[in-house]
Design a protein around this ligand. Structure first.
Ligand code: BYC
Length: 476
């Protein structure tokens, strides 16, 4: 087995003098690379991609750009710098010392949180593995791979925590993370949204808009943790997450922009006659991925979330902000939620700590509303009256109090028959998927874009439109 060359792994955890960690990585790294080659991006491993690599956490070092072959990407381990004055700032132990090691009594909970977070990272790479073959441009192809390698790095970030702080259990979990597979019947990924197929670029853009945005809020909540290595790891991950959401949001915006343009010239305004994606179809994809992403917040009334908050493991978004959250204990008060009862909705009061998933979800939904507003600005600028909407939090849910109930995207409760009859106006149909798939033909000429999407406003790192983001060497 080859020794891990710590010089090749950019890090700020003193890897070169940490023998225990080096040994653990020696076993894991070759398996990680096998996993990457087996279920990572298919067909582009010999090509040189213009990628951003983090080589340190300071302003100069966190975004180094250059062409690199993906298997040679320098997946690093970074934690944001220690904040000396930091104390536990929420839950039962407010004011107490933060932890540099895992407290024995919280080992199980912490391990579970870290493994759940970790599992999403390789899952998303697996979900997106075939998209490169149908890229709408070199710019988009490069963005896909940037997202992929950074999800790989996020896996490294979590594996570091497992190996460094959880001994043999952590090493076993790290191996299992390379064994589960997205969508696998017997060994699926842990959370449902990460087992859904992402077979086309519209799904990819919706996923990176809505599911990566769940990542932002979950990482933000973990960045408040009293377990300092987790807080510092997730804080650094958030810097990378921002680009993933940018890829998603601008991706959908560019589809909308192109559709708006085509609507003006297409016969009877039907963009399918000229290779565009109708706005109603985009809306159905939005409905699907928003609902799947809302499920990632877990149940609205959750004893797990109360335990995590009480123990100081997982806070609210921006928990340290006293004007946002004047009461960091959250022992008093409740969250009133309309829950289904006897065919209607009735108020249910959830003790605040048990409602922490919901409190986090509210911040997420506010953020999603702003995304929709920005997309609507694209329509407004194009002079169109049509608008995108954010579906109700009750629509098409698989987790929590609304799970399995026939709510429409506008939040009204329908009969099962009425819902079924309208299903294909709410969610993408087989016909929609087939149509979108028919548009997915690769465009790899520098500066050129597929006909269903507008070019971006500017290039990555301000590069010109015809920049060669990917230099092909291998067979495609
Ligand atoms: N699918 O008490 P409950 C990201 C399970 S995304 C399947 O209501 P809890 C990324 C739950 O595990 C961010 N199962 O929920 C994005 C529990 O199971 P048990 C990922 C689900 O525990 C894009 C039961 O239902 N990070 O980074 O309070 C690309 C009852 O659960 C689901 C995290 O999630 C579901 N959707 O909260 C790449 C942070 N939801 O105990 C990356 C860490 C719930 O009955 N995870 N269940 O076996 C957590 O904080 C929590 O585990 C959850 C669930 C918020 C996910």
């Amino acid at each position: 087995m080859s020794a891990v060359n710590s010089e090749k792994i950019p890090n700020n955890v003193d890897l070169s003098s940490n023998k225990k960690l080096q040994r653990a990585l020696e076993e894991w790294q070759p398996n990680y690379l096998d996993w990457w080659m087996e279920v990572g991006p298919e067909g582009f491993q010999q090509d040189e991609i213009y990628l951003r690599t983090a080589v340190s956490v300071d302003t100069d070092g966190w975004a180094k750009f250059g062409h690199v072959k993906m298997p040679d990407y320098r997946w690093g381990i970074f934690l944001t710098p220690v904040q000396k004055e930091r104390t536990i700032h929420f839950g039962d132990q407010i004011g107490g010392k933060i932890w540099d090691e895992v407290p024995g009594e919280l080992r199980k909970e912490l391990r579970r949180l870290i493994v759940t977070q970790a599992d999403t990272e390789p899952a998303s790479v697996e979900q997106q593995r075939l998209l490169g073959k149908t890229c709408p441009s070199l710019y988009d192809l490069r963005n896909l791979f940037q997202v992929n390698v950074e999800e790989g790095r996020h896996l490294w970030a979590m594996v570091y925590l497992l190996m460094q702080y959880f001994g043999k259990d952590g090493r076993e979990e790290a191996q299992d993370l390379l064994i589960r597979r997205s969508g696998h019947q017997d060994s699926p990924r842990i959370l449902e949204a990460f087992n859904k197929p992402i077979d086309d670029w519209l799904a990819f853009f919706c996923f990176t808009t809505f599911t990566d945005r769940d990542g932002k809020y979950q990482l933000g909540a973990l960045a408040e943790s009293a377990f300092d290595p987790l807080a510092r790891s997730t804080r650094f991950m958030l810097t990378e997450e921002a680009h993933h959401m940018f890829v998603g949001e601008t991706g959908v915006a560019r589809v909308i922009e192109r559709t708006a343009e085509l609507m003006k010239t297409a016969p009877e305004g039907d963009v399918t006659k000229v290779g565009g994606i109708p706005l109603e179809l985009v809306q159905r994809y939005v409905n699907e991925w928003l609902a799947a992403s809302l499920d990632l917040f877990g149940g609205e009334d959750s004893s797990n979330s109360a335990t995590y908050f009480a123990a100081g493991l997982k806070g609210r978004w921006d928990e340290a902000n006293d004007s946002k959250w004047p009461d960091h204990k959250a022992l008093d008060g409740s969250y009133t939620l309309e829950v289904p009862k006897d065919g209607g909705l009735t108020d249910h009061h959830i003790p605040l700590r048990r409602a922490m998933n919901l409190v986090l979800r509210d911040c997420y939904v506010d953020d999603c509303k702003k995304v929709i507003e920005r997309w609507n600005k694209v329509l407004e600028r194009a002079g169109l009256a049509e608008r995108m909407t954010l579906p109700s939090e009750r629509f098409n849910r698989h987790q929590g109090v609304y799970a399995g109930l026939p709510f429409a995207p506008d939040g009204t409760l329908l009969s099962r028959e009425a819902w079924d009859a309208k299903r294909d106006t709410f969610l993408p149909s087989a016909k929609d998927y087939a149509y979108v798939k028919s548009l997915m033909v690769p465009v790899v000429e520098p500066g050129k874009f597929a006909g269903w999407i507008a070019p971006p406003k500017k290039g990555i790192n301000n590069l010109p439109g015809d920049f060669v983001y990917v230099k092909f060497h291998g067979a495609q």
